[in-house]
Structures are given as structure tokens and as C-alpha cells.
Design a protein around this ligand. Structure first.
Ligand code: HEC
Ligand code: HEC
Length: 348
């Protein structure tokens, strides 16, 4: 079914549907932030992968993307929005539930990942099935487990909506809203979700220091975890089998490459804001960091595809696990979780 969805997306095959009734949901944007608008390259990050090529970043484009991200107009029955599954207070992961519900309360099969620093990401989804940030929304917009729409119907709905007609004109100078401009606006919002102001970053910048326990956790992290969760983004964007199972139901990366050597491999997730993004793993099977550390320490199951660095387990004592958790909490970025620029637009 998912393969079919992707194929449909690839060829932009869109079907026509009866037009839904149009109601503007959000009316005006919160203007409490007025900083000059540009891509804020954090000094300790590498250059981003996404460069806004042919999609010039503007405040109006970003704000439009923000309206759309929070607006259930993008779903078939106006019941859910992107933000239903990607909540700011959880690092734009889901509301503490393993699998998220789409339209008609249909469950998907994977945990909604946190969204941040996506401009540095070289692929999207747990299996890397999407390779571009501008194309990525086609999956949630048209998946029957998510927003359940068609691109053709979305374009019709938006073009009948005077609020969006005005906003797209202001952002892109267009009289008619197209699917491409919808994707451009969403990409301006999602690529600007930058988290780079955790305690960790302050320590790296020499502005503060770790507690002894956090420092111990950091040393252990560099020795045992950083080959995959690589600083400063806390992922190397590779796909790895981490031994959650010896026989995977969800085959992961193999779905994309058709290579059995990729069975059970999933994209290494960032660990920034990990304190808020529970439950964990591609299917949300682990509920807290204690469970994750217990698993990584002694629960790894062997199989031919298990990552070589995990073959003998990570063997961490309880005290070491606690130290690593203390370090992971230094990746919490309250200026990101609470940034008014990313919050639901205020209805005035
Ligand atoms: C019903 C819940 C749901 C909705 C609604 C939803 N998503 Fe997601 N999102 C997910 C899940 C689940 C995944 C992981 C899918 C997978 O790996 O196959 C995901 C993955 C993503 C990713 C990839 C992140 C990464 O690091 O790989 C992005 C970006 C994203 N969603 C953005 C959006 C946008 C934009 C919208 C609205 C147009 C949206 N999502 C709507 C559940 C949802
Ligand atoms: C061989 C690469 C590798 C190593 C080493 C590794 N991880 Fe992971 N980690 C992953 C992958 C891949 C996932 C996602 C697995 C999945 O969902 O099936 C993951 C998931 C996680 C998650 C859940 C994040 C989320 O958003 O769901 C946490 C927390 C985590 N790792 C912490 C650690 C810590 C702490 C260490 C060191 C003790 C470590 N990892 C070592 C590859 C690795």
C-alpha cells in the first residue's frame, strides 16, 4: 500500500473529488516577533543541505507555511493538520503516542518523528523514502493514514479560499495557487525549524559548563553513541539496524532499496530535544529514556544486519546509563520548544 502511495506521488497522478466546503481557519498571524528574517546558520553547524534553490526564503513565505502547517484545511475532512502529529512542545513529534491517527481515525504504522534542523537532512522518513524537503509533504497530504487529500482537491480548496488567495499572492506574487507553491510554502516553514540553543551548545561555545555527571555522560556518549548520533546534529543521516528485533515486521530501508541487506535499518534520528519526543524508535515502542538506555545497553538482538558497532552490546552500568541520560537532557532547547515564531498562529 505504501509503495503504491509513493508511486502515485512520484507521477503526480491526482484524481478529482467533490469540492469540500471552504472555511478559513486562521485569520491573522501573531506579530510578536519582528526580527529581521533570514536563515540563521548556527555557528557550530555545517552548511545546510537545503539551500532554498528556486524557493527564496521570505518572511511572508515562512508565515504562509506556518498557517498551512497548523490548518486542518489540508485534511480531507478538515479534522487534522500537520501539527496534530507534529506538536511544538514535543519537538514537533507526536503527542506522546506511539502511532498517530490520521483522518477517519486511521492509524499509521510508524511513530511521528521530531521535526527540527531538517535543512541539514539528506533524506526524510524513517526509511529515507523521500529525498527532498519540498516533496516530503506529498506523503502526509495524500496518505490515507494522514491527511487523506489529493493534490488536485487541495489546490481547488485553497484557490476558493480568499485568505489563502491573498497570502499566496503576497508570498509568491501568484494569482493562482499551485501544488508547487503549496509545497514551497510548507518547506519554508519546516526548513526554518532550527534548534541550536541547548545547554550543550552553550557549553561548546564556552559560555557554561556541564555538571560532573553530564560530563561523564558526554564522554560515554562520544565513545558509544556518536558514531551514529554524530555531533552537532546528533545524527549522521545513515540507516542502521540497531537490533530492536532479530526479524523485523517493518523492513525499514529495504522497502526503498529492495536490498535484503537493508532489512531492519532505520534512519538515525537526531537526539536534540529527545527529552520531549517520547515515545521512541520508529514504532514508538519505548516510552522513556531509561528504557532506551536499558535496551541499548543489554537488549540488542543479533541478526546478520545488526550494525557491527553493536555486535557485543554497549554494556553500560546503571550509573553510566544515568549519566548518559543526564547528558541527553543537555540537548533540550527551551528556546526552540517555546519559540513564538513556530507556534500556532493566533486567531484575532
Ligand atoms: C497522522 C499523523 C501525521 C500528520 C497529519 C503529518 N505527519 Fe509528518 N510524519 C508522520 C509520521 C508517522 C512520519 C514518519 C513516516 C515514515 O517514516 O514512514 C512523518 C514524517 C514527517 C517528516 C520527515 C521527518 C524526518 O526527519 O525524516 C516531515 C518533514 C513531516 N512528517 C512533515 C509533515 C508535514 C509538513 C505535514 C503536514 C502537511 C505532516 N508531516 C503531517 C505523521 C504525520
Ligand atoms: C549503530 C548506530 C547507533 C548507535 C551506536 C546508537 N544509536 Fe541510538 N539510534 C540509532 C537508530 C538507527 C535509531 C532508530 C532505531 C529505530 O527506530 O528502529 C536510534 C534511536 C535512538 C533513540 C530514540 C530516538 C527517537 O527519537 O526515537 C535514542 C534516545 C538513542 N538512539 C540514543 C542512543 C544512545 C544514548 C546511544 C549510546 C548509548 C545510542 N543511541 C547508540 C542508531 C544508533
Amino acid at each position: 500500500m505504501r509503495v503504491l502511495t509513493y508511486l502515485i506521488i512520484l507521477f503526480y497522478m491526482v484524481s478529482c473529488k467533490k469540492e469540500a466546503e471552504i472555511k478559513p481557519v486562521v485569520k491573522s498571524v501573531d506579530t510578536t516577533y519582528t526580527s529581521t528574517f533570514s536563515f540563521n546558520q548556527p555557528s557550530n553547524f555545517p552548511s545546510p543541505h537545503y539551500t532554498f534553490y528556486k524557493n527564496s526564503l521570505t518572511q511572508k513565505g515562512f508565515e504562509l507555511g506556518r498557517y498551512l502547517f497548523y490548518d486542518p484545511i489540508l485534511s480531507l475532512d478538515s479534522s487534522i493538520s500537520c501539527s496534530t502529529c507534529h506538536a511544538q512542545q514535543h519537538g514537533f513529534a507526536d503527542h506522546n503516542i506511539p502511532l498517530s491517527k490520521g483522518v477517519d481515525k486511521k492509524f499509521g504504522t510508524r511513530n511521528a518523528p521530531a521535526l527540527m534542523n531538517l535543512a541539514w537532512s539528506t533524506s526524510f522518513m524513517w526509511d529515507g523514502g523521500v529525498n527532498h524537503i519540498e516533496v516530503q509533504p506529498l506523503v502526509p497530504l495524500t496518505s490515507e493514514h494522514e491527511l487523506g487529500e489529493t493534490m488536485a482537491n487541495l489546490v481547488i480548496k485553497l484557490n476558493k479560499n480568499s485568505f489563502y488567495k491573498k497570502k499566496f499572492k503576497e508570498a509568491f506574487g501568484v494569482e493562482t495557487i499551485t501544488d508547487q507553491k503549496l509545497l514551497h510554502a510548507l518547506a519554508q516553514f519546516t526548513s526554518m525549524l532550527i534548534s541550536s540553543n541547548a545547554k550543550y551548545d552553550q557549553v561548546i561555545a564556552g559560555k557554561t559548563s556541564f555538571t560532573p555527571q553530564e560530563q561523564q555522560g558526554y564522554e560515554l556518549f562520544k565513545a558509544k553513541c556518536a558514531n551514529c548520533h554524530t555531533e552537532p546534529l546528533f545524527t549522521d543521516y545513515s540507516f542502521r539496524n540497531t537490533g530492536l528485533e532479530s526479524n523485523f515486521k517493518d523492513i525499514g530501508r529495504e522497502r526503498v532499496t529492495q536490498d535484503p541487506a537493508d532489512r531492519g535499518k532505520f534512519k538515525v534520528p537526531t537526539l536534540r530535544n529527545v527529552e520531549f519526543t517520547y515515545p521512541y524508535m520508529h514504532d514508538g515502542r519505548l516510552f522513556n529514556l531509561e528504557q532506551v538506555l536499558a535496551f541499548k545497553s543489554s537488549g540488542i538482538q543479533d541478526s546478520p544486519n545488526l550494525d557491527p558497532s553493536l555486535k557485543n552490546g554497549l554494556n553500560l552500568s546503571k550509573e553510566e546509563q544515568q549519566a548518559i541520560i543526564a547528558f541527553l537532557k543537555t540537548l533540550s532547547d527551551y528556546t526552540f520548544i517555546g519559540n513564538p515564531m513556530y507556534a500556532e498562529p493566533v486567531i484575532k
